[in-house]
Write a protein that binds this ligand. Structure first.
Ligand SMILES: NC(=O)c1ccc[n+]([C@@H]2O[C@H](COP(=O)([O-])OP(=O)(O)OC[C@H]3O[C@@H](n4cnc5c(N)ncnc54)[C@H](O)[C@@H]3O)[C@@H](O)[C@H]2O)c1
Length: 279
């Protein structure tokens, strides 16, 4: 389905860890669409993940950067412009991590240092990515910056814990920085609020399998998978979406506007029947 939608465009993709990562699938699609990019991830992910494999396939370079470190981001941008031979047209921020979620801390017993880490890695890093981009003036006019979010920013999903606050921060930064970027460089900034997706970050949330299935039944189109998300990101990086900015774009198969669906009703009826038969 390649249409050269990103031909001649240069970018930076944060967050490809393994082949399930949304950033990994996106990198493969961007490459197919003719875009060229530098891949980056936290130094620790370089050891754990398989990013070099992806880089070879996409004729790309890997530059390690902790997205919470200004120094790392500055170095990443310098190396990216040298490697790609010019300014940047697109950035994907596909980063999320909560030590509280990872270590199974209850929401009523959060470790506040970890909470700050969650906010820094998963939310404030998006500000850092854009502030450094603006100061170093790396973006081309009509460029596009996208970060990935989740509907827990608006509604409560109990086991999503402090990541819900991080996503609310992330979406708010997209609006505030989107304004600046539009005024200074005509660059657009959006978040894409994605369906539950089977990845390392996704499955780290307790009860993920249940809410993955629930969301699938609650979405008239079903859950959007990583490839569908990648295709949406391609559209947001392409010149067809130049006037879309400061938005939180729902990419969820209709989940966010559904009250109840026939699939959920049917599922509950089946459970009732099973309970009756057992009784
Ligand atoms: N999987 C889902 O269900 C789902 C749903 C909606 C939104 N999202 C969001 O999509 C994005 C990508 O997640 P994913 O599902 O592909 O999982 P993933 O685990 O593959 O990606 C998360 C990435 O964040 C990187 N990261 C963590 N700390 C970092 C740091 N300090 N600096 C730089 N990178 C760091 C990890 O190394 C990893 O590559 C995240 O923002 C996530 O919250 C995921």
């Amino acid at each position: 389905m390649a249409n050269n939608l990103l031909k001649g465009k240069r970018g930076i993709i944060f967050g490809a860890l393994d082949e399930k990562s949304i950033a990994w699938v996106t990198a493969e699609r961007v490459f197919e669409e003719g875009g060229r990019f530098v891949l980056t991830n936290a130094p620790i992910a370089m050891r754990m993940g398989r990013i070099q494999e992806l880089a070879e396939r996409c004729e790309s370079k890997v530059v390690p950067a902790d997205a919470t470190s200004i120094e790392d981001i500055e170095n990443l941008y310098k190396e990216s412009m040298d490697t790609l031979g010019g300014n940047i047209d697109f950035i994907l921020h596909s980063i999320g991590m909560s030590p509280n979620v990872r270590k199974g801390r209850d929401y009523g017993d959060l470790n506040y240092e970890w909470f700050l880490k969650t906010l820094d890695v998963s939310g404030i890093s998006f500000h850092k990515v854009m502030q450094v981009a603006e100061k170093m003036d790396i973006m081309n006019e009509w460029g596009s910056i996208v970060a990935l979010s989740y509907i827990a920013a608006q509604r409560t999903f109990p086991d999503y814990s402090d990541m819900a606050q991080a996503k609310a921060v992330l979406e708010s930064i997209a609006r505030s920085y989107g304004y600046r970027m539009a005024k200074s460089k005509k660059v657009r900034v959006n978040t894409i609020s994605q369906s539950p997706t089977i990845t390392t970050a996704g499955t780290g949330v307790t009860g993920f399998d249940v809410f993955f299935e629930f969301a699938d039944k609650m979405s008239p189109l079903g859950n959007a998978d990583a490839l569908a998300c990648a295709n949406y990101i391609i559209a947001m990086f392409s010149d067809f979406t130049r006037m879309v900015t400061m938005q939180n774009l729902m990419h969820d198969g209709g989940f966010s506007n559904s009250g109840i669906t026939h699939e959920v009703v049917e599922h509950l009826r089946q459970i009732e029947k099973l309970a009756e038969n057992a009784g």
